[in-house]
Design a protein around this ligand. Sequence first.
Ligand code: PEP
Ligand code: MG
Length: 541
Amino acid sequence: MVKLSGKSVYKGIVLGPVAVLKKDDQQVKRVKITDADAELGRLGKAGEQAREQLKALYDKALKEVGEASAAIFEVHQMMLEDEDYLESIHNMIRTEMVNAEYAVAVTGDNFSEMFAGMDDEYMKARAADVKDISNRLVRNLTGQQDLDLASMEPSIIVADDLSPSETVQMDKSKILAFVTVHGSTNSHTSILARMMNIPALVSVPLNLDEVHTGMKAVVDGFSGEVIFEPSEEICQATEERVREEQEKLQLLHTLKGKENVTLAGRKINIYANIGGVGDVGYVLENDAGGIGLFRSEFLYLGRDDFPTEEEQFSAYRQVVQTMAGKKVIIRTLDIGADKQVDYFNLGNEDNPAMGYRAIRICLKQPDIFKTQLRALLRATMYGNLSIMYPMITSVDEVKRIYEIVDEVKAELDEAQVPYKVPEQGIMIETPAAVMVSDDLAELVDFFSIGTNDLTQYTLAVDRQNARLDDFYNPHHKAILRMIQMVVDSAHKAGKWAGICGELGADLELTEEFLKMGLDELSVSPSMVLRVRKAVRESEIA
Ligand code: PEP
Ligand code: MG
């Protein structure tokens, strides 16, 4: 039994099997061999296994995401047969008498570098594929399990760290909890864990070589502890606590259908945050009044190319249709910072959180922006859709956005494509936007305060840096005063203001928010009924 402590991201408790997710960039050792034929035999077997894995992945992707996305696995199968690639590996094994893992890893690196240096964009993109293939072969050679999420039983995912694009690709029904060695409590991966209603621990001092897929563990998000191979006694006690938590949750669910109103009659909207179409179920299950933040950039993550206008339109339409007339606020793409996507070619930045991200990309590359705007405007015909723009710092940015929106409207008019004029609002998540919120309020229909970034920029604390978690204090007076200032600016101009950052779900502040006059709190779906309970118990008039 091994007990370790980390930082808890979501309070929940679970007992289940572990699935270790190892990163692809594994350390491969050079080992001298004496029998080259035997080594080539091992390589042959690993290749055979890879072919079977890729075939299964192709079939699964074809069924679930269609031919275009499945094609990548066909490309991988072809690369696996590439004569130059195989010859290079064989040659190294025979002439240098080294282990197959090493020959594969070195050849993979060489080929990947060669592709990356080519002018042709298609060939450039193959650099990642050849790396992927080589990693797969090395995994097969070392007997590491390729974590097959499709056939995996629901498990506790244990990893070094997880990026938003890795998390977003996972089948949520297969995840019982997350435990990671790195990661901060304010990262997007943590936000996803909260949305999925599952216990999650980050910054757990764990040696990944000492845990393996299949072993049992308890993840306790209340105490921030994970226990590997727990004793029978602990298992029984955990099962009892899981039952208790479920009962509490059921009690909370009696609040479904009830109003968000204080004992003194003050009402507030409680909406939910989502990252994709698949999350709408959580919104309905928890009886949120609408969607206050749809992080549309998640549609762009975990893929090889931009989502088309049709793909986006279909996602937006599905969400607004399912919400059946309830408000759905879709934020335009907020790529950049920790949400990196290779095909955007954003390049390395010393300080990506303050870099080329979100609305800045949209204003500099209006073609990307216009595709999304067309999809959004078309989807207005199917429900109650509002558009929200992230990372605003000035009035001029909003004016420029409106010019681009007008161009898109004119194009749709010209093509006789119907749309309704949506409500348009902005996120207030930079100190600059707070300071000019009186001017901004004249231009927009609403404000939604992004306290995650507002805290990062106001306190000069990188929200991704786990070492700074103790300094990341959204309760800081500076933040609370800013929120009040934004609400006052909105109301003076007759507009509404809400919070869609994680602070909106902070039950210690619910009364304060009511006092401040906030009109809406948009929180992760799992927090909707908890916030409703706090509102209904409050006496604020
Ligand atoms: C925020 O910054 O508070 C916010 C809601 O946006 P994100 O967390 O996606 O940056
Ligand atoms: Mg933000």
